[in-house]
Design a protein around this ligand. Structure first.
Ligand code: ATP
Ligand code: MG
Length: 621
């Protein structure tokens, strides 16, 4: 019976281990408790869980994983796997190869230490070329083989907007290592128990997500992807999920992870954890400290076309029962989908839209089969799809019928050149870059500034700073008759209302500084900023702040420094998608454009790098 079954499972655990002792003790209790009682059920399901955790004794022998790592073609095959699953991403793949090289060396060093062989380079030297040993040792945090027992390579953290390949890169890594892949979604986890389980005293208790993932993996060394680590809750009356997460990821502690339900220390040191997040802003410092950040910023249209052709379209065609020879999309149709129906950093909506097109065509095919191939016409009585006699090519002009009216059509045309309106560059909470209008208008009032659009303190302050700057330099800008005269109070007293649209979205940070100055200058002077220009930059330096705080102006030139801002890569890519062709950026951000922005995007855009506010105004007007 199943009591004997449980017993067999317990006996499979290594003698002398904690899990075996606890298992035996609970099994004895179970025997004494009447069948069908609540208590009986509770112990029974506990033992089921206890014995299904992949303990070292019951899971795949570590030597199997080690053999894969030791194989001298491991790195070559890993690279081939990454290439087979993903187009482009060259820099990122190179980082991942370094990471895998470290994983490999650590594992080999661990194994050598475990067999108590003196930790010499003899084994390593033979397996890897000397140059790669040097590189790995210099980038690893703890290179000492004696201490390396249980110490993993750094934990990878993939950061980037939705649909840029974070999850699928994690899957590729698991495939390269030939280990099971499990995903744990941490978005909105408020309760520590979701990570480390409920104590058994709790009704309907059970283990947490880590143990569940291990059980599904069936091995103690899977690749576990922790999705959305930035969205995990912090200390509250349900415990502290963020702290539990840190413990899971800490190589000093995770060899004896304590799930409250299992209540026997579990060794997580063989698990490869990979984290993902949409932005870095909301990740706690201690977590960031443990991770090696790999940034995925998004794709250009050119890259998206390749990804769509090579990966997304074939996948959808196959998923819908068609074959490659039956359905094709023209280049212009694909590009039209990418530019007019989706406008994202990643390829998630693009994939969805392509899926919709393919499904539409699959239905047409099915209807065609119904009319042409009558079920009775086949001798064996089954419908054999004669694929060759039906095929379709989807052209651009058919898309509206299938996908509806393009979401982004005419957005560029709608964007108007208007007094008081300037386009700023933003990065959303999802890590996606784009443009956002900074709109200012004038209402009768008394020289005040009103700010709306879900603005945080920092962005509000930069609005104040921007207006102060414009007031102080009003005379030189030609928007008031004399020095020291407030342009908002003469001749008719006014208030300025500054609004940043899409009110549901929270906005903060100092990077809209120069956009706000340009908006105010435009509003008060009547000059407009062309609609194909967008800008970002902080109005900086404290001494400058003092200068504008005094009411009279000594300086005639429009000085005032523009200081660097973050997210340049995403912002520029977003602006490019929105058909912006001129961007104004802080001088100090030149290196980011040079390093991080793809050459094909750079070629199509014009950059104005400005050191001072007057340079910014010159570029804008
Ligand atoms: P999210 O933040 O929403 O979880 P993600 O970054 O995890 O997004 P994925 O699920 O990995 O996104 O990718 C979305 C889809 O796009 C997947 O089908 C993936 O295979 C595909 N994809 C992304 N990047 C590439 C690429 N470079 N080459 C081929 N396919 C890609
Ligand atoms: Mg994902």
């Amino acid at each position: 019976d199943d009591l004997a079954d449980l017993r067999r499972k317990i006996e499979a655990l290594d003698v002398g281990t904690e899990e075996r002792k606890v298992g035996v003790r609970e099994w004895r209790r179970l025997k004494r408790i009447p069948q069908g009682s609540v208590e009986n059920g509770v112990i029974r399901s506990y033992l089921e869980w206890l014995t299904s955790v992949p303990w070292p004794s019951t899971s795949t022998p570590a030597s199997a994983s080690l053999d894969i790592l030791k194989d001298h073609s491991f790195l070559t095959r890993a690279r081939a796997q990454l290439d087979a699953d993903h187009y482009g991403l060259d820099q990122i793949k190179r980082r991942l190869m370094e990471y895998l090289a470290i994983v490999r060396l650590r594992a080999i060093a661990d194994a050598a230490a475990a067999t108590s062989a003196p930790p010499q380079t003899e084994g390593n030297g033979a397996l890897v070329p000397a140059s790669s040993v040097d590189k790995v040792v210099s980038t690893s945090h703890s290179a000492s083989p004696q201490k390396s027992k249980g110490v993993k390579g750094p934990i990878l953290l993939f950061v980037g907007p939705p649909g840029t390949g974070k999850t699928s890169l994690g899957q590729s890594i698991a495939k390269a290592l030939d280990r099971p892949f499990q995903r744990i979604s941490l978005g909105g986890v408020r309760d520590e128990a979701e990570i480390r389980g409920h104590r058994r005293t709790y009704v309907a208790s059970g283990p947490g997500a880590i143990v569940q993932a291990l059980r599904k993996a069936g091995r103690n060394d899977p690749v576990i992807l922790l999705d959305e680590v930035d969205k995990v809750g912090h200390s509250n009356f349900h415990g502290d999920p963020a702290a539990a997460l840190l413990e899971v990821l800490d190589p000093e502690q995770n060899h004896s992870f304590n799930d409250h339900y299992i209540n026997v220390p579990i060794d997580l040191s063989q698990v490869l954890f990979i984290c993902t997040s949409n932005t870095l802003d909301t990740i706690s410092a201690p977590l960031l400290d443990r991770c090696e950040v790999v940034e995925l910023s998004g794709y250009t249209y050119d890259e998206k076309m390749h990804i769509a052709r090579r990966f997304l379209l074939p996948k959808q065609i196959q998923a819908n029962g068609l074959s490659d020879s039956q359905l094709a999309l023209t280049d212009s149709a694909l590009l039209h989908i990418a530019t007019m129906y989706t406008r994202e950093a990643g390829v998630r909506s693009l994939e969805r839209a392509i899926g919709a097109v393919v499904r539409y065509k699959a239905v047409e095919w099915a209807e065609h089969l119904d009319t042409v191939v009558a079920p009775s016409s086949n001798e064996e009585g089954t419908v054999v799809a004669t694929k060759s006699d039906w095929h379709a090519i989807v052209e651009e002009d058919e898309l509206e019928k299938i996908l509806g009216i393009p979401r982004w059509d005419g957005e560029e045309r709608e964007r108007e050149e208007k007094r008081g309106v300037v386009y700023g560059l933003v990065v959303t909470g999802m890590g996606e870059g784009g443009i956002l209008p900074v709109e200012s208008t004038v209402v009768p009032g008394a020289g005040r500034l009103k700010l709306t659009g879900s603005l945080g303190d920092v962005i509000k302050e930069s609005g104040e700073i921007a207006l102060s700057w414009v007031k102080t330099h009003a005379f030189e800008l030609g928007i008031t008759a004399g020095r020291g005269i407030d342009p908002l109070k003469v001749p008719d007293p006014i208030d300025i209302h500054l609004h940043l649209p899409s009110g549901a979205q929270k906005k903060d940070g100092p990077s809209a500084g120069i956009a706000m100055i340009c908006a105010f200058v435009s509003l008060l002077s009547g000059a407009c900023v062309p609609k194909d220009i967008a800008m970002t930059g902080e109005v900086g330096s404290f001494d400058h702040y003092f200068m504008i705080a005094s009411d009279f102006v000594v300086e005639i030139t429009l000085r005032g420094r523009v200081t660097p801002v973050g997210g340049i890569r995403m912002k520029v890519l977003g602006a490019h998608r929105a058909q912006i062709r001129k961007v104004i950026l802080p001088w100090a951000n030149r290196k980011d454009v040079e390093h991080d922005v793809a050459p094909e995007v750079r070629r199509e855009m014009q950059f104005f790098f400005v050191r001072t506010i007057d340079e910014a105004l010159e570029a804008a007007f």
